[in-house]
Design a protein around this ligand. Structure first.
Ligand code: UFG
Length: 330
């Protein structure tokens, strides 16, 4: 049986996708440099290669040793704030890494790639919900490099025998039902894990960044999508390419927005903890509202997110964080 190569398979969304691929009966090969991923997050049944996709010959040697059907590519830097302070790190890791990858794929005649893109490719949205055809004007370097990765795949697909699917995620959250893997970033910047640090005794209160946005309660609205639903979309996208589907781009979200205050309130209910909150200044670069239209992914890929209730999402995140208050360290 051929294998799927998952680059960045020790990270949050990558490891969840590996668990779901293995549950679906696939053979999986994982490569990760473990700079932000964790060895413990790699599924025990996956074949693991520790290394960096930019290292000359690393990917070539995997393609020579393993019988690879297609690649799912998560190996990239993904923090908006860091990308503004150190843009060249993002150009190097995200763009140089992808260039080395595509060159190696073309050389070994591997013709299918699914990769993680982001809602940050849109920048300040023109319409809500956001459609794939809306204009892309990233407002941060992270989004810019992901958009450039999409374009690199596009031009490569024109010149060579290679097709791609770009999946533009909205706000990934929650944890896999196995309880073995979950979100663990250092430093953590995402809303739900930061909120859950309060009932875990690691933080006294949650900061609310901005209370004067043009939304129902003044706080930002986001479309929170469960990581297992994202993982399923990668499997469906690879199946779509295997059936001969043409290169394509899809939004992945639930199509429902929640304010920061609503997320905090739901976390209070789930954890039965008062979770104090402090209203603070806006965080630079945050758009007021981001909600996906995922109609295209539903229609073309047959994607059907299952964990679309905010309470269920936060319960699954809480199940991970309360059992792993220090992430993979315990
Ligand atoms: N927020 C707070 N307090 C916090 C942390 C976040 O109020 O302590 C707010 C933010 O201001 C934002 C919302 O919670 O309004 C969500 O913030 P996150 O940092 O969790 O997520 P973002 O929406 O900023 O970022 C997500 C992805 C990025 C992606 C971006 C697209 O995590 O990878 O969407 O715009 F680039």
């Amino acid at each position: 049986m051929k294998s799927i190569l998952v680059l960045g398979g020790a990270g949050y969304i990558g490891s969840t996708t590996v668990y779901e691929l293995i549950a679906a009966g696939k053979h999986v090969v994982v490569a990760d440099n473990l700079q932000t991923g964790f060895r413990e997050a790699v599924h025990p049944d996956a074949t693991f290669y520790e290394g960096d996709i930019r290292t000359p010959g690393f990917l070539d040697s995997i393609f020579e040793k393993e019988d690879i059907e297609g690649v799912i590519h998560f190996a990239a830097s993904s923090q908006v704030g860091e990308s503004m302070k150190d843009p060249l790190k993002y150009y190097n890791n995200n763009l140089c890494g992808t260039e080395v990858l595509l060159e190696s794929m073309v050389k070994h005649n591997i013709d299918k790639i699914v990769f993680s893109s982001t809602a940050a490719t849109y920048g300040e949205p023109e319409n809500i919900p956001i459609l794939e055809t809306d204009s892309t004007k990233p407002t941060n370097c992270y989004g810019e490099t992901k958009l450039s990765m999409e374009k690199m795949m596009y031009w490569t697909s024109i010149a060579h025998n290679l097709r791609y699917v770009a999946l533009r995620y909205f706000n990934a959250c929650g944890a896999h039902s196995s309880g073995k893997i979950g979100e663990a970033h250092n430093p953590e910047t995402h809303l739900i894990p930061l909120i859950l640090q309060v009932p875990n005794g690691k933080r006294e209160y949650i900061s609310i960044f901005g209370n004067d946005y043009d939304t129902k309660d003044g706080t930002c609205i986001r479309d929170y999508i469960h990581v297992t639903d994202l993982a399923q979309a990668h499997i469906l996208a690879m199946d779509y390419l295997s059936r001969g589907g043409e290169s394509n781009t899809f939004n992945l979200g639930n199509g429902v927005g929640f304010t920061v205050k609503e997320v905090i309130e739901t976390a209070r209910k789930v954890t039965a903890h008062p979770i104090p909150a402090k209203e603070e200044a806006r965080r630079a670069g945050d758009p007021s509202t981001l909600i996906a239209s995922s109609a295209k992914a539903k229609e073309v890929l047959g994607w059907n997110p299952q964990l679309d209730n905010l309470e269920t999402i936060i319960e699954s995140a809480w199940n991970w964080h309360k059992n792993h208050p220090n992430g993979y360290a315990n």
